[in-house]
Design a protein around this ligand. Structure first.
Ligand code: ZN
Length: 82
């Protein structure tokens, strides 16, 4: 683990430098997840697609800005009440 001090811009943005992105395998422009923790700290992680229905990670695709896994897609398609 290493700690890096960065100033935020006037709009609150920070830059993840090339060496940081390289360390976590993040390409420029790739999405990150920002978590605000209970202790008022934040955690920034490389985004990993997960299903908005079940939280699963298996064969997740984006449909109308929602990430959904193959199992939930199949359940939705077979649900005749929808
Ligand atoms: Zn799912």
């Amino acid at each position: 683990m290493r700690k890096i001090i960065r100033n935020t811009t006037k709009t609150g943005a920070i830059t993840l430098t090339k060496d940081i992105r390289h360390d976590i395998g993040l390409a420029a422009g790739q999405a990150v997840d920002i978590t605000v923790n209970d202790d008022r700290s934040i955690t920034i992680r490389k985004h990993v697609a997960s299903c908005f229905c079940c939280g699963g990670f298996d064969k997740v695709k984006v449909f109308k800005n929602y990430e959904i896994c193959q199992t939930c897609r199949k359940e939705l398609m077979e649900d005749e009440t929808i």
